[in-house]
Design a protein around this ligand. Structure first.
Ligand code: PXL
Length: 278
């Protein structure tokens, strides 16, 4: 696996921001993002968008953070601490998405801070994390600001109405998503049950890149999408190209899935702390 160098003790590490929701069970959301940021040696900042009430069995509900508080978190961090890359996760509503897009532009971040948009729509149990009415804001407000968008196949269906069943439809979906304005699209193949390999497809509007990883048979992969996007964000902060960053993040999340552990009565989380274990 590629190695991201830790800064020397006393040096200021690179800074990254997650704009996302809290998972009270600690498996996904900002909790997953911050674990990966820390384990890869970066300083993680947060703009919290929503508080979910959940455990390993499901999401019982969520409460949105007021939009001015979300905007203020982004402005406070970027105007003082400075960030080299950011990601978005659970955004809940069109008002929140519009606010983030407006703040991102107003702070002058669009020109020089890579932004990974993970268009989280639902939990792995199918509990909604984004109001259906917010899909349009995601497509029209946030996607054009994204360096990379990372939908899974359920999100692809909701966003562009393409049912991905094979390589041809996966590429068709990537083209439709790219037409919405992001620099790059990663259509994650992980939910394509029909295919054993189900690679992820990366597209920049011209070329397709495929990333395959061994499928790991586990019931414990809560937070896998967040962890992939968080590791990609770290690699972009280091100046990796998008294909290099995705390749790095794929190997990182594969190790995290391999080390996943059971928790509660349902699905356990991927384990970004595997390096701390003997
Ligand atoms: O894994 C997607 C996700 C993102 N953010 C929050 C979540 C989940 C899934 O449950 O709870 C807060």
């Amino acid at each position: 696996m590629n190695y991201l160098p830790l800064p020397a003790v006393g040096d200021t590490p690179l800074r990254v921001m997650t704009i996302a929701g809290s998972d009270s069970g600690g498996g996904a959301g900002i909790q997953a993002d911050l674990r990966t940021f820390a384990m890869l040696g970066l300083h993680g900042c947060v703009a919290l968008t929503a508080v979910t009430v959940q455990n390993s069995v499901g999401v019982k509900g969520f409460h949105e953070v007021p939009v001015d508080v979300i905007a203020d978190q982004i402005s406070a961090v970027t105007s003082d601490i400075g960030i080299q890359a950011a990601k978005t996760g659970m955004l809940a509503s069109s008002e929140i998405i519009t606010t983030i897009a407006k703040t991102w532009r107003a702070e002058g971040l669009a020109a020089h801070v890579p932004l990974v948009v993970d268009p989280v729509c639902a939990s792995m149990h199918g509990d909604p994390l984004l109001h259906h009415s917010a899909l349009d804001a995601l497509r029209t407000e946030l996607f054009p600001l994204a360096t990379l968008v990372t939908p899974n196949l359920d999100e692809v269906g909701l966003l562009v109405g393409v049912e991905v069943v094979d390589q041809t439809s996966q590429r068709e979906a990537a083209r439709a998503l790219h037409a919405l304005g992001p620099g790059w699209v990663l259509v994650k193949g992980g939910h394509m049950r029909a295919s054993a390999a189900s690679p992820d497809v990366l597209f920049d509007g011209t070329d397709f890149y495929e990333f395959a990883a061994p499928r790991i048979d586990t019931g414990h992969d809560h937070g896998a999408g967040d962890t992939l996007a968080a590791a990609t964000t770290c690699a972009l902060a280091h100046g990796y190209s998008v294909p290099e960053a995705v390749e790095f993040a794929k190997s990182w999340v594969t190790e995290c899935i391999r080390a996943a552990y059971p928790l509660g009565h349902g699905h356990g989380p991927v384990n970004a702390l595997f390096r701390l274990q003997s």
